[in-house]
Structures are given as structure tokens and as C-alpha cells.
Design a protein around this ligand. Structure first.
Ligand SMILES: [Mn+2]
Length: 324
């Protein structure tokens, strides 16, 4: 795939039917970007459907337009526009839809992007896919409504960890300020992103935090969320979102790992790193990917086997980082 703006512009002019897809375990960057783009295509009189693999995280229900997700009719020949993932496998049960589409356009910012899609803009320097979408919309002279601004603000705000990760730059804060001027409400987005969780989520976070293991003088911290913990907390798997953020607050941490027992023989892994440790490299040969500071993988193995595979790599990387 190449960065192919003229061809994308032409496709948006010529095509009438679009399916916009967010990735598995959608986040505000993926779904917010899709919803903002959907409204832009609405304005242009196109037929648009927004899809996200199920279960769609209900924590995102505050995003304007959330109610349209997985609701609209889709015609088979639609152009697919995929948001915020580097590989078709990240789109879960929507993978076949993407594969069958006559034309696929990708907007993304992952380092580990494998270049899928016929057309696209992949800006590996961008803090969020929302940044990519915002600059495209601006270059096309789109009218950015307050709802679009809220979706894009949520995308950028959450992919920078609430303007706390080291991808928080001048251009990011300028874009955020612009979106606020266009009608995004920063306090509302902050409330719903980081200060709004059901009791089951709090209980699950407590269980996961108290089960955390500290290794190599606290340079490696990890924990696992088991199906049993989910039952005990009365929580769904999507409520594990946020636990990795808790782990990575440890002052001594170089590498934080969260294992999620997703089902029989399926373990999901989230990683965060500090210093020279590259998160996406730690899981690259396990089929995972992501960013320098944040990465993930879905392993087709049981919890213990997944722990062994990832922790072996994590321990080695932490020791190597300490030896430099
Ligand atoms: Mn993103």
C-alpha cells in the first residue's frame, strides 16, 4: 500500500457506498475516527455504515453516533475504510468483509502496520489515527461539526493517555485546542474516558492489582486476569481496559504486562514499556504489534503457556536494558 491521497480523494468522489470499520476491542481512536469520518461522508450524501467487531466496548457509548454502530444496512460492493490497525487480523469477525471488499482504504498510525489495504494513509509519527483523519478532513475543507470534533478529540486524548504519554507533542495539543474550539468538551471526554467505571470494573482492577507480581527489582510487573476473576468481579473481559495503565504507574517499572484469559486456549496480552524497551518488538514474533511504548498480542495458547512465552522475552529484554 502506498500513501495515495489523489486516489483516495477520487475514490471518495466516485464511490457511493462505504463501510467504515473499527478494530477488535475498539477504542476511542479507532471508533471515534470512524464515526467522525462517517459524519463527513454523510455530509457528502454517501451511504455509510459503521461496523465494529462484537462485543463493542460499552464504555465508548458516549461517542456521538455510537448508536449507529452495527445498525446500518450494507451493500456487498461497498468500499471498506478501516481505522487504526496494522493488520486485517485485528478486525476480528470483520476480516472476511475486508478481504471481500472491492476496495479497501486504511487510515492508521501503527509502527507495526503490515501495509494491508489498496489505498491508505499510514502516518507512523502520528500520535493517533484521529490526528491522521483530522488533517485529511482539514485538507479537504470539511466542515467539522461539534460531534465530529468530540469524536476526534476523544481519539487523540485517549491515544495519548490523556495527554500523558510521550507522544503528546505540540501539534497534538494544538489539534486538541482546535477541536475544543470546534465544540469538543474536554472535561466531558476526560470524565467518560478515565473517571467513569462501573463497580465491577473497580473490583476487577483490585483483584488484578493484588495478584500482580514484581520481578527484577520491580523493573518487570505483570498480572493476569483469569475467567475466575471476571466471575468474581461480575465483570466482562472488556473491563480489563485500564488495568495495564494501573500496572504501568509503578515507579520502578521498565516493562508492564497484562495477560487476559480470553477463552479456551486464547490469551490476550497488553504491554507497556519505559526507557529503551520497545513494546512492539517484544511481541513481534508472537504475531503481536503496536507502538514503541504500547503493544499487544493475541496468543492461541492457554494462560500459563502465554505467560511463559511473553515473560521469557520480557525478562531478557529488561536484563539487557539494565546491562547497557
Ligand atoms: Mn490508535
Amino acid at each position: 500500500m502506498i500513501e495515495s491521497l489523489p486516489a483516495i480523494t477520487a475514490a471518495l468522489d466516485e464511490q457511493e457506498d462505504f463501510v467504515l470499520v473499527a478494530h477488535q476491542d475498539a477504542d476511542a481512536d479507532s471508533l471515534g475516527s470512524a464515526l467522525a469520518f462517517a459524519e463527513y461522508l454523510d455530509q457528502r450524501g454517501k451511504r455509510v455504515a459503521v461496523l465494529a467487531p462484537k462485543p463493542v466496548p460499552q464504555g465508548l457509548s458516549y461517542l456521538p453516533g455510537f448508536a449507529r454502530v452495527n445498525r446500518e444496512e450494507i451493500s456487498a460492493g461497498s468500499t471498506v475504510i478501516a481505522f487504526d490497525a496494522g493488520s486485517p487480523s485485528r478486525f476480528g469477525d470483520l476480516g472476511p468483509r475486508i478481504a471481500e471488499a472491492p476496495l479497501t482504504i486504511l487510515f492508521d498510525h501503527h509502527i507495526s502496520n503490515d501495509g494491508f489495504g489498496d489505498l491508505g494513509v499510514v502516518d507512523r509519527q502520528a500520535a493517533a489515527t484521529g490526528m491522521v483523519v483530522l488533517s485529511l478532513l482539514q485538507s479537504w475543507g470539511a466542515e467539522i461539526t461539534p460531534d465530529m470534533a468530540t469524536n476526534l478529540y476523544a481519539a487523540i486524548f485517549t491515544d495519548t493517555g490523556g495527554f500523558r504519554h510521550d507522544n503528546t507533542s505540540g501539534p497534538v495539543l494544538h489539534a486538541a485546542a482546535e477541536l475544543v474550539d470546534l465544540g469538543a468538551d474536554p472535561a466531558f471526554v476526560a470524565l467518560r474516558s478515565y473517571k467513569w467505571r462501573p463497580a465491577s470494573t473497580l473490583r476487577l482492577q483490585a483483584l488484578a492489582a493484588s495478584a500482580a507480581r514484581y520481578e527484577l527489582d520491580g523493573r518487570l510487573i505483570w498480572t493476569a486476569v483469569t475467567q475466575r476473576m471476571l466471575r468474581e468481579a461480575g465483570a466482562a473481559l472488556e473491563e480489563t481496559e485500564g488495568i495495564i495503565d494501573l500496572l504501568q504507574t509503578l515507579d520502578t517499572m521498565l516493562c508492564a504486562v497484562l495477560f487476559k484469559e480470553a477463552g479456551e486456549g486464547v490469551t490476550k496480552v497488553s504491554l507497556r514499556t519505559r526507557g529503551r524497551l520497545a513494546a512492539h518488538e517484544l511481541v513481534a514474533d508472537l504475531g503481536g504489534g503496536g507502538h514503541f511504548r504500547a503493544a499487544g498480542a493475541e496468543l492461541h495458547s492457554g494462560l500459563l503457556e502465554a505467560e511463559e512465552a511473553v515473560l521469557r522475552r520480557a525478562r531478557a529484554a529488561v536484563l539487557e536494558a539494565g546491562a547497557e
